[in-house]
Design a protein around this ligand. Structure first.
Ligand code: NAI
Ligand code: MG
Length: 494
């Protein structure tokens, strides 16, 4: 034990000095953000019919970055009609191998502009540059690359079927992975011969608009991809439009339910990727340091703005004390601050509204009898920031153990047996992801078959790859994105 303590102190000293590192900010000069953006419809940038614009700010400084057009139902109608015309006249008729060339081109061009995309993503949304540079942007390019490969092989993907495209896809995305979500949605739709109207989230429109510029430069036939900006009303107009054939939505469970009601008894195909309350489960035979690192990565990564974030931790009672101590030590070493600084672990909360939601849950947690532990890392004076937070003494029925907080807040609970933890882990309205940490393969197989979650990671967490499907059970939604399964929602397979 004494030896273990000494080792941990050395680690702590190392990280204390890391917190005192000189700032290493990525240069903003590469980001050429325009003062105003229009709607990308039918291959051109056009002004909104209403003449209305709204601001997008940098959540780390609260400064305005740009203003973007607010698409009204009339603009939505224009975008969907242009997508329909491009679908009928050009895209659905084009051979797969020709469509693939355009999609490969988009992938290559994202790679060429990777640094600018990463900087703009961090400026507009608040996520650490390390994450946008090393995860969001390369994974977005990979999605286009992967699905380009499928475009001329659909008959091989579904050998006993005759795959046909669905038509016009209306795609609505959230603010936690703005470019990556756009790629997740657009790439499989194009590969399968559909055309697209995509709406970005109101707080993070800029990288989707950069993608629109790139798509224009890539010479895609006009109307194949339309990218518009606006808030909930714009999204609702896309959902209810009669020429929308397929809706792909990622966001809150509340809006997911509204969408499902709106399309009941229509011809529209729907996939919904909604909230989550993932359980990360540590057994006493797990490699504990690795598990602690995975838990930290699973909830504090991207400020907890991740639908599959490991926001509930179940620790087997016999290792609870040591895991808690290791977690607290590691929490102290995390650097909260400027998203553009390469040393930053936790950037800005995406918006004032989201920060208020998180703060509301911190209060609820304390009121419910939870014991709160927060890192002592100083927070920047301006902007929306939240200290990474642990809650212990949490009961299974606590709201902080049941509801999605979408912030850097971890609820820690304990268990004794496998059966008990399976029941507890499954006991939420959600079922998007889970994590299991153990040395024993048989335990992993038992857990993965019994946990009601779309993805179960074993001895790792938050790993993504374009080739593997992702999606939920229960109120986390339905349909899969990624991999061969991600082609299905965009095809009639009869
Ligand atoms: P939201 O669900 O309102 O927003 C997601 C997207 O849906 C945005 O593009 C928004 O403009 C659009 N939208 C809003 N109302 C709509 C409607 N009636 N019809 C069509 N589209 C509509 O999510 P919000 O308010 O930004 O975040 C609230 C909570 O949702 C978060 O605290 C978090 O718990 C959860 N969330 C989950 C995400 C996920 O990845 N599953 C992503 C973002 C939020
Ligand atoms: Mg913004």
């Amino acid at each position: 034990m004494a030896k273990d303590d000494k080792k941990d102190n050395t680690l702590k000293l190392k990280f204390d000095s890391a917190r005192n590192l000189a700032p290493a900010p990525e240069s903003k000069s590469i980001a050429k953000i325009k003062p105003q953006y229009e709607l990308f419809i039918n291959g051109s940038f056009v002004k909104p019919e209403s003449g209305k614009y709204f601001d997008t700010i940098n959540p780390a400084t609260e400064e305005k970055l740009s203003q973007v057009a607010e698409a009204s139902p009339a603009d939505v109608d224009k975008a969907i009609k242009s997508a329909k015309s491009a679908y009928q006249k050009v895209w659905s008729k084009m051979p797969g191998k020709e469509r693939a060339k355009y999609i490969f081109r988009i992938s290559r061009m994202i790679q060429e502009k990777a640094r600018e995309f990463a900087v703009v993503e961090s400026l507009d949304g608040g996520k650490p540059i390390r994450e946008s540079r090393d995860f969001d942007v390369p994974t977005a390019a990979n999605h286009f690359f992967y699905y380009a490969g499928w475009a001329d092989k659909l008959n091989y993907a579904f050998p006993t079927k005759t795959p046909r495209p669905v038509g016009v896809a209306s795609q609505i995305i959230p603010w936690n992975f703005p470019l990556l979500m756009a790629a997740w949605k657009i790439a499989p739709a194009l590969a399968t011969g559909n055309t697209v109207v995509l709406k970005s989230a109101e707080t993070t429109p800029l990288t989707a608009l950069m993608l629109a510029e790139l798509i224009q430069e890539a010479d895609l036939p006009p109307g194949v991809v339309n990218i518009i900006t606006g808030a909930g009303e714009t999204g609702a107009a896309m959902v209810s439009h009669p020429d929308t054939d397929k809706i792909a939505f990622t966001g809150s469970t509340d809006v997911g339910k509204i969408i499902q009601k709106a399309v009941a008894s229509t011809h529209k195909k729907v996939t919904l990727e909604l909230g989550g309350k993932a359980a990360n489960i540590i057994f006493d035979d797990a490699p504990l340091d690795q598990a602690v690192e995975g838990v930290i990565n699973g909830i504090f990564f991207n400020q907890g703005h991740v639908c599959c974030a490991g926001s509930r931790l179940y620790v087997q009672e016999s290792v609870y004390d040591i895991v808690l101590r290791k977690l607290k030590d590691r929490l102290e070493t995390l650097i909260v601050g400027d998203p553009l600084d390469k040393n930053t672990d936790i950037g800005a909360i995406n918006s004032r509204g989201q920060l208020e939601t998180i703060q509301k849950y911190l209060k609820i947690g304390v009121q419910e009898g939870g014991e709160i532990y927060q890192s002592s890392c100083p927070l920047p004076k301006k902007g929306f920031f939240c200290s990474p937070t642990l809650f212990t003494n949490v009961s299974q029925s606590s709201r902080i153990a049941q509801e999605e907080i979408f912030g850097p807040v971890l609820s820690i609970l304990t268990f004794r047996t496998e059966d008990e933890v399976i029941e507890k882990a499954n006991n939420t309205p959600y079922g998007l992801s889970a994590g299991v940490w153990t040395d024993k393969g048989s335990k992993i197989f038992n857990m993965t078959t019994k946990l009601r979650a779309g993805v179960v990671w074993a001895n790792t967490f938050n790993k993504f790859d374009p080739t593997s499907p992702f999606g939920g059970f229960k109120e986390s939604g339905f349909g899969r994105e990624g991999g061969l399964h991600g082609l299905m929602p965009y095809l009639h397979l009869d």
